[in-house]
Design a protein around this ligand. Structure first.
Ligand code: AHM
Ligand code: MG
Length: 282
């Protein structure tokens, strides 16, 4: 596991450099979810594959940008699912983007996740690693290494809200719930990149991020293996919760690598409100 985390640090440095120097335009290709790929999606995927191929404990990898899993070592014990460059539609407008990694033992079911990490490519390069605890690291440009900053813990309740999806397609009970949060005094914090949006909630100590099922996306948009399970693990380890509306995210399985799910991640107070809203609605 230490070797995987060390590789993730190298991956972060290399992708960060690619973001600063490479073409930010679109590639001529789509991924399996039908999203037009940015050139940087493809480059970032190659960088991750190159590094993880050097780790003997990694049995298999699957990425948001790959149709199928790639077996690396028959005797490896870890299965790594990753989104090499999440939020790549924000690249051209120079907003923060990220990489997300879920490390599973067995296969990619939520209950098998044993560690998660994500990288924020923002004004500073930051890495968050979740195992028993959730730890924040920041890249020191002079020393050329990541330095431990602090442990991240969520409070019982936050003050910010990141409500994703197409509002005109939200179900009425979802809209009412979001309106009620705003009536309670929550402030909008939503960039369109789940990595910086969730990072903000974690760093500010609480709040709610939602990407619900809606009429245009009956199973949500965000992918279980590469996006939702890893962040659910991070939020649970930080003392918060992640649900699909009714169920704990990490109790969910998957049928296909690229399956999506409705998701709500946050501190306990907000998730309780979501549970009360969604009870009996599915
Ligand atoms: P991506 O992996 O193609 O970048 O998509 C994931 C991103 C998330 O970071 C973000 O929360 C969501 O898509 C926003 O999507 P949309 O703007 O389509 O609602
Ligand atoms: Mg993504």
């Amino acid at each position: 596991m230490t070797e995987i985390m060390d590789r993730i640090k190298n991956i972060a440095i290399e992708i960060s450099s690619a973001i600063k120097t490479q073409d930010t335009g679109k590639a001529d290709t789509c991924n399996i979810s039908g999203d037009v790929q940015a050139k940087l999606d493809v480059i970032s995927d190659e960088i991750v594959e190159k590094h993880l191929s050097c780790v003997s404990s990694v049995a298999q990898i699957i990425s948001e940008e790959k149709e199928d899993a790639l077996t690396l070592n028959e005797n490896g014990k870890y299965f790594v699912a990753y989104d090499p460059l999440d939020g790549s539609s924000l690249i051209d407008v120079n907003l923060s983007v990220g990489s997300i990694f879920g490390i599973y033992k067995g296969d990619y079911a939520g209950e098998n996740i044993v560690a998660a990490a994500y990288v924020v490519y923002g004004p500073r390069l930051e890495l968050v690693v979740a195992r028993d605890t959730v730890e924040l690291f920041r890249f020191n440009e002079e020393k050329k290494e990541f330095e431990y900053i602090k442990e991240l813990r969520l409070s019982e309740k936050g003050k910010i809200l990141g409500p994703g999806g197409t509002q005109k397609c939200w179900y009425p009970y979802h809209k009412k719930m979001i309106d009620n949060f705003f009536k309670e005094g929550y402030r909008l914090r939503y960039s369109g990149g789940m990595v910086p949006d969730l990072h903000q909630i974690l760093l500010k100590g609480g709040g709610l991020f939602a990407y619900p099922a809606a009429t245009d996306k009956p199973k949500g948009k965000l992918r279980k293996l590469f996006e939702v399970f890893p962040f659910a693990y991070v939020f649970e380890r930080a003392g918060g919760l992640a649900i699909d509306g009714e169920n704990n995210i990490l109790t969910l399985g998957y049928e296909h690598y690229h399956d999506t799910t409705s998701c709500f991640l946050g501190s306990n107070y907000e998730i309780e409100k979501v549970l009360n809203t969604y009870k009996g609605k599915k």
